[in-house]
Design a protein around this ligand. Structure first.
Ligand code: ATP
Length: 320
C-alpha cells in the first residue's frame, strides 16, 4: 500500500482545508494511506506528521485557515535540508507528496522532486499571485471578505466622510484590489503593476465625478503601492473632501471559504491524487481557461502572470 503525504506551506488561505480533505478522502478511496505533515516544510524536517483517516478531515470543509498549520521554513533552500526531508519521507514510507502553497512552496517541491520524491503542488494563497494559475485557493474568499467590509465602510462614509481609502493585501500583486474594486464600485484602483499619480488617477477623477453629482468615493489600494492613511491625507489636502483610511489587514486571510473556493479546492485535491495514482510527479495542478489542469513544475514556475488588463479597463471605464 502506497502512502501520500500532504502539507500546507507559506501563507494560510481559506479553502486549504477543503483541498486537504479532498486529498485524504480521494487518496483513501484509491487505496493509498495518507499522512498529514504539520507546519509545511518545517514539519517535514522535524518529522511532525500523523496518519490521516477518513474521519480526520470531518468538519473542516467550511473552516478557514489550515488544520495542518502552515509555516515559512527559510532553511529549506539549503540542499542538505532537502536531502533530509526526502530521507524523512522515505523513513515514514511516504511515496509522493502533495504541497499546497504559493510559488515558493512549488520551488521547494521542485527541489524535492530533483532528489527523487514525486511532488504535486496545489495553488493556495489569497493573493492570486501564482504565475501559472488564473485562480488560487483563497482568493475568492478574500475578495468576498473585502467586499463585505467595504460595504460596511460605505454605510458609514455615506453619513460622515465622503471618501474612503481602503488598503487591501497584495505587496506585489493587485488582484484583490482590482476584483474588490470592481465589486465595490471603487472610483480608483491603485495596484503595484500599473503606474499612477494621485493627482491624475484619483483627484482629477473625483473632481469630474463631483461635478456630475457623485457624492461618495471608494479608493481601493493594494498594500504594495503605499499606506492608506498617507494616501487619504494627500487626497483630503488636494480636494478638501473629508477622507478616511481603512487598513483591512489580517481579516482578509480568515473566514469560511466560499462555495467556489471549496469546489475548486476539492477538484484540485482530487486531481492531485489522480496524478499520483498514474505514477505522475513533478506537476502543479492549476486553473487555466476555466479548467483544472496540470503543468510541469518547472514550466509553471517560468510563467508570468500580470494583472488582468481587460478587467482594469472595466474598472476604469465605469468608475466615473
Ligand atoms: P505565499 O505567497 O502565500 O506566502 P509561498 O508558498 O509563495 O506562499 P513562501 O514563503 O515564498 O510562500 O514559500 C513557502 C516555503 O517554501 C518557504 O518558507 C520555504 O520553506 C519554501 N521555499 C521557498 N522558496 C524556496 C526555494 N527556492 N527552494 C526551496 N524551498 C523554497
Amino acid at each position: 500500500r502506497k502512502t501520500i503525504g500532504v502539507l500546507t506551506s507559506g501563507g494560510d488561505a481559506p479553502g486549504m482545508n477543503a483541498a486537504v480533505r479532498a486529498v485524504v478522502r480521494m487518496g483513501i478511496n484509491r487505496g493509498f494511506s495518507v499522512v498529514g505533515i504539520r507546519r509545511g516544510y518545517s514539519g517535514l524536517l522535524a518529522n511532525d506528521m500523523d496518519d490521516m483517516d477518513l474521519r480526520s478531515v470531518s468538519d473542516i470543509l467550511q473552516r478557514g485557515g489550515t488544520v495542518l498549520y502552515s509555516s515559512r521554513c527559510p532553511e529549506f533552500s539549503e540542499q542538505r535540508n532537502i536531502k533530509k526531508a526526502v530521507e524523512n519521507c522515505r523513513k515514514a514510507g511516504i511515496d509522493a507528496l502533495v504541497t499546497i502553497g504559493g510559488d515558493g512552496t512549488f520551488r521547494g517541491a521542485l527541489d524535492l522532486c530533483r532528489e527523487g520524491l514525486p511532488c504535486i503542488g496545489l495553488p493556495g494563497t489569497i493573493d492570486n499571485d501564482i504565475s501559472s494559475s488564473e485562480y488560487t485557493i483563497g482568493f475568492d474568499t478574500a475578495v468576498n471578505t473585502v467586499v463585505q467590509m467595504v460595504d460596511r465602510v460605505r454605510d458609514t462614509s455615506q453619513s460622515h466622510d465622503r471618501c474612503s481609502v481602503i488598503e487591501v493585501m497584495g505587496r506585489h500583486a493587485g488582484h484583490i484590489a482590482l476584483y474588490a474594486g470592481i465589486a465595490c464600485g471603487a472610483l480608483a484602483v491603485l495596484v503595484p503593476e500599473i503606474e499612477f499619480t494621485i493627482e491624475r488617477d484619483v483627484v482629477a477623477k473625483m473632481v469630474s465625478s463631483l461635478r456630475q453629482g457623485k457624492q461618495n468615493f471608494i479608493v481601493m489600494v493594494a498594500e504594495g503601492v503605499g499606506h492608506a492613511p498617507a494616501i487619504a491625507e494627500q487626497i483630503e489636502s488636494l480636494t478638501g473632501i473629508d477622507t478616511n483610511a481603512v487598513v483591512l489587514g489580517y481579516v482578509q486571510r480568515g473566514g469560511s471559504p466560499t462555495a467556489r473556493e471549496r469546489v475548486i479546492a476539492s477538484q484540485m485535491g482530487h486531481h492531485a491524487v489522480e496524478l499520483i495514482e498514474q505514477g505522475i510527479g513533478k506537476r502543479v495542478v492549476v486553473f487555466r481557461g476555466g479548467k483544472v489542469v496540470d503543468l510541469d513544475i518547472e514550466e509553471a514556475l517560468a510563467m508570468h502572470k500580470g494583472i488582468d488588463m481587460d478587467l482594469y479597463r472595466v474598472a476604469n471605464d465605469i468608475s466615473i
